[in-house]
Each structure stands twice: as C-alpha cells, then as structure tokens.
Ligand binder design. Structure first.
Ligand code: URA
Length: 437
C-alpha cells in the first residue's frame, strides 16, 4: 500500500477500506507518514467527507493507536464530558471538580487550542506549575486520590489524535464531522469511562455553524459511543457568542474560579450545571435531571467544587494558592478598551472573530510549533441583548505586545453588531438533546 494512492483515492471521492485507514493511522502514529502527506489526506477528507464505515474505522484505528485504559478497579462510575470547541468555552474546569466532588470519577483527557477555539490543556497550563503531561501511572494515582485527573493525549493514549490534532489546527482542516468524531471519540473511549456527555456547539463561534451540522455530528458521536457500550448523550448548545465573559487562557481560569466561588451566575454557570446534571444522571448518581442540577448547584454553593479544584491543582503540580488568589495567574502587561461606535442594543457578536482576535494577540497557534501567551485575551462587557451607549467599552483587550493590537481591535469592532432595538428572539443555551436513553 502507498500513502499517495490513499490520498488520491480520497481526493477523487473514493471510500477507503478499514485496512487502508488503519495503514494511514498506524503510519501517522509511528512517524512513517510525513506531515505533508498527512496534511494532504486531512484536506482531502475535509473536502470529500467520510462514510459511516470509514468514520467507524478511523475512530477504531485512532483509539487503538495507543493504550485503552481499564479503570474497573476504581469503585464507582467513571464519567466524562467533552466539547467540540468554542470561544470562552471553559466548562471542563468547573464540571470536572464539581462532579468529582459529588463522588463520581472523572478521568479527563483533553485537547489544546484548535483553530480559533481555546483548549482545556492550554488553560490549565496557565496555572503556575500545573502538569498536564502525567504518565499513566501518575494519572491513575491522582484519579484514585481525588476522583479526577486532567491530562492531554500522551504517547500512550490516542497518540494518533495528538499528531493529527496539531496538524488540523494549522492546516484549516478542523471542520470535518468525521475528523472531529474520530478525534473526540478515540480519546474518550481510551479513558476507560462508562459515561460520556458531549457538548456539541453550534453558532458563529462553533466549528458546526449550522444547527443541522451540529446534530449530524452529535448523532455520529453518540452512535460511535453506544456501539462501544458506553452511555452517551449529546447536548447541542449555543456558541453564537462567547460563553461567559472571559476569553483567553488565564482569564478563563479566573472566571471559572469566580463561578466556583458562587460569585458569577451567567450562561457559563448555567451550562456547567446542565452538563454536570447529565453526568450525574447517566452515572446513576441521581434519578432525574432536576436532581442532577440541584446536586451540581450544591457542589458549587457549598465550596466543594472549588476545594476539589484546589486539590487537583495541588496533586498535578500546580500552585493551589492561585485558586484562592487569581491575581497569581499570569497577567498581561497592558489593557485597552474597545469603545462602542454607537448607541443601541447588541444584536449579535460574530463569535469566531473574537476567538481569532484572542489568537492574534498570542493566545493561539498559527504554526504547529508556536507557543501561546497564557495572559492575553479579551474580557467582554457587553453581550447579546445588552444596551450600550456610544463610547462605552464593549470589551477590554489584555495584551503583551502591540504588534497586532490594531488587528485584534478591528476584529472585535467588526464582530459587534449594534441595532436600535433589542433582538426579538433570545437564542436558547441548549438547542437540543441527542441520545441519553
Ligand atoms: N475537540 C477535540 O478533541 N477534537 C476535535 O476535533 C474538536 C474538538
């Protein structure tokens, strides 16, 4: 078999066999296939799509590119949640400790920033000392000790995803339902979980801009998980504006601390409670979603979620003092307000542009080897439906270099649409639910 023939077959709209996909994924994992051939195949796949059989073969090959954990020795349900990615999408940092604090195990393997979206690993690494690169032995130890561990793909777990994810990030090949399904489900199925809650984003800041595409992706992932014997639900949730008010790695950790202190109630806290409730329900911790929501809210109001987060940070090498004093997180040297050009109501926010603005400031990668600046980002003062007066700040940019400050400012200015009347219809936070039976 030759890789170039597989690229050409996909380029011409053909269907790859299970063996051909395994050959490609194995070559990716071993390093035998160079990045330029993988990138060409990724682009052909994005443009031509994959059949259900190809997606199943891809997920299986990626899952078995590394070890599949067996956590059955731990007494209790193992549950996890994963998002398809968005802007200001930081729910994992609240959900993982909240759910672990209520007695379930959360073995969470996350990703880095992808395209215009931020990744959980990059956010966690903004906490001084936090180590997301635990060995599997350490991962198990932290999980057994406190009920939760948060790591990235290792050389042992779904290594094919680690490689493909980094390439997709910088080659414009993220927005493929087949590749997203393979990426998410290979990592998640390798974790040794019983339950998976998927947060499938839709709207201007999501990879799936149209709701029907989000539903299609959700169905693919739920079907894949159920076939592998897991209890899976997908919530289709809104990403038509940033989630919460903070965008950028350290800034997002800060907002999560405020949520866990019970100081902030907004769309972010609401979604954290909703997703945690599904984890409790499918993990047999509660009998109804309402009970699940109450339990999640209780974990926050009692301070147990925050205490658990502090414990996780400490066990993974981070400085727990940061959790009590977010001023210890990396801070940008400068801030600049973006003023509203008019008076009226925020009709919409082109959410992807806010994510790109954060990347331009140094919060994202443009090449595989780029490092990111954890301190930069954007704090939104106005969200959809809010009234604004001309000259009032729409948001504040946090930056360390003014090299691309004007570009970021321009992106933000263009992202906001201001109308004389408030928007007629509110967009729901949860658009739909797939699976979960
Ligand atoms: N999250 C992942 O882990 N993979 C994707 O492809 C998208 C979001």
């Amino acid at each position: 078999m030759r890789i170039v023939d597989l690229i050409r077959k996909k380029r011409d709209g053909g269907e790859l066999t299970r063996e051909e996909i395994k050959f490609l994924v194995d070559g990716c994992t071993s390093g035998a296939v160079p990045d330029y051939q993988l990138s060409a195949w990724l682009m052909a796949t994005l443009l031509r799509g994959m059949t259900r059989a190809e997606i199943a073969a891809l997920t299986e090959a990626m899952l078995h590119s590394g070890e599949v954990l067996n956590l059955s020795a731990l007494p209790g349900k193992k549950v996890d949640k994963h998002s398809t990615g968005g802007v200001g999408d930081k729910t994992s940092l609240v959900i993982a400790p909240a759910v672990a604090a209520a007695g379930l195990y959360v073995p969470m393997i996350s990703g880095r920033g992808l395209g215009h979206t931020g990744g959980t690993l990059d956010k966690l690494e903004s906490i001084p000392g936090f180590n997301v690169n635990l060995s599997l032995g350490e991962f198990r130890r932290v999980l057994a000790a406190c009920g939760c561990a948060l790591i990235g793909q290792t050389a042992e777990i779904a290594p094919a995803d680690k490689k493909l994810y980094a390439l997709r990030d910088v080659t414009g090949t993220v927005e493929s339902p087949a590749l997203i399904c393979g990426s998410i489900m290979s990592k998640k199925l390798a974790e040794g979980i019983d339950v998976l809650v998927l947060d499938v984003k839709t709207g201007s800041g999501a990879f799936m801009k149209r709701e029907e595409d989000a539903v299609h992706l959700a169905e693919l992932m739920v079907e894949t998980g159920v076939r592998m014997g897991k209890r899976v639900v997908a919530l289709i949730t809104d990403m038509d504006q940033p989630l919460g008010r903070y965008v950028g790695h350290a800034l997002e950790v800060e907002e999560c601390i405020y949520v866990m202190r019970g100081e902030v109630r907004n769309d972010l806290s609401e979604l954290c409670i909703e997703l945690s409730a599904w984890m409790f329900l499918l993990g047999d911790r509660v009998a109804t979603i309402e009970e699940g929501k109450q339990l999640a809210a209780q974990m926050i109001s009692s301070g147990k979620a925050l205490a658990k987060f502090r414990e996780i940070v400490g066990l993974q090498g981070g400085d727990p003092a940061t959790i009590d004093d977010p001023r210890l997180l990396p801070k940008a040297q400068s801030t600049r307000d973006v003023a509203s050009p008019g008076t009226g109501f925020i009709a919409s926010i082109a959410c992807e542009q806010i994510g790109v603005a954060s990347c331009v400031l140094g919060g994202g990668r443009e090449k595989k080897e780029d490092s990111i600046d954890p301190a930069v980002g954007i704090v939104l003062h106005k969200k959809r439906g809010d009234r604004v007066v001309s000259g009032e700040p729409l948001c504040t940019i946090h930056y360390n270099s003014d090299a691309r400050l004007d570009e970021a400012r321009r992106l933000i200015e263009l992202a906001y649409r201001i109308e004389p009347e408030p928007p007629r219809r509110a967009r729901p936070l949860v658009h739909g639910i797939i699976g979960g039976k």
